[in-house]
Design a protein. Sequence first.
Length: 281
Amino acid sequence: MRVVITGHNGQLGRQLQAAFADHQLLPLDLPGDDITQPAICTRVADFKPDLVLHAAAFTNVDGCEQDPEQAFRANAVGTQNIALGAQAAGAALLYISTNEVFDGSAREAYREWDRPSPISVYARSKAAGEQIVRDLLSRFYIVRVAWLFGPSGNNFVTKILSAAQKNGALRVAADEFGNPTYAPDVAAAVRRLVESGHFGIYHLTNRGFCSRCDFARAILQQAGYGDVPITPILSADWPRPSRPPLHSVLANTAGAAMGLTLRPWEQAVAEYVALLRSEGK
Ligand SMILES: NC(=O)c1ccc[n+]([C@@H]2O[C@H](COP(=O)([O-])OP(=O)(O)OC[C@H]3O[C@@H](n4cnc5c(N)ncnc54)[C@H](OP(=O)(O)O)[C@@H]3O)[C@@H](O)[C@H]2O)c1
């Protein structure tokens, strides 16, 4: 297959590249290939892809809140450009989206067909990307992931470890819930999904969910810092430009129905922390 990967230098993009390494790839990323520029449509179409994996995004949630123009340019206009390129080539497109398209007010996990209700600029721009993909293409996958961590990423796991090393004590939100998700596991699941040819909307996260506080505890435990004290706080007590959805937990219903499930998040955290430790981090 001929496969375009956008955002290939990112945390997930690198893993997608590894998972599809036996295919003919066109990896796209900044600075050379900016998805906000209309020329990217031709760049995608000219490659004559069978599949476009669209992982590029302006992912700094607080940065999006401070610069809505850039957020919508990258996540909505950029997605439109990539979708038009896929359309011109007759390629299927897989759009990586986020748990944050839901407002987090539900007490139950969100299913694939629940209506998005984004509350931050980042989430609104990603939801706009979903809408564009649905409007422009019939052969699409929307894959929502959450709380991503993985090799070469600057993520919650690496932040908790460096804060523990630096401060020796942590304050972490106990009222924000989600599904910690390992980028290599998502990439492997994406590969299986596209091999199935079952288009649609999917929630591909590691199994289970937890609070940020419990996530931090699991990370410290695995890293041998189990005695570092954690004070549970409310997310409102951690001032930041954007407001996170408090209970944006995803349920994997569509993938599970075809046998596509990811391992429990605790196992993935253990593997990742062991990898970081083996690298001396
Ligand atoms: N991280 C999470 O916790 C999380 C959770 C849910 C969903 N997601 C979604 O998962 C996907 C992958 O996330 P990630 O953590 O791998 O993000 P990431 O590490 O920030 O990777 C995104 C990549 O896209 C690139 N990019 C940004 N703007 C671009 C533009 N205008 N043109 C071309 N490339 C551009 C970035 O380049 P620069 O680094 O140079 O900006 C980066 O290489 C995203 O769609 C994100 O919305 C992430």
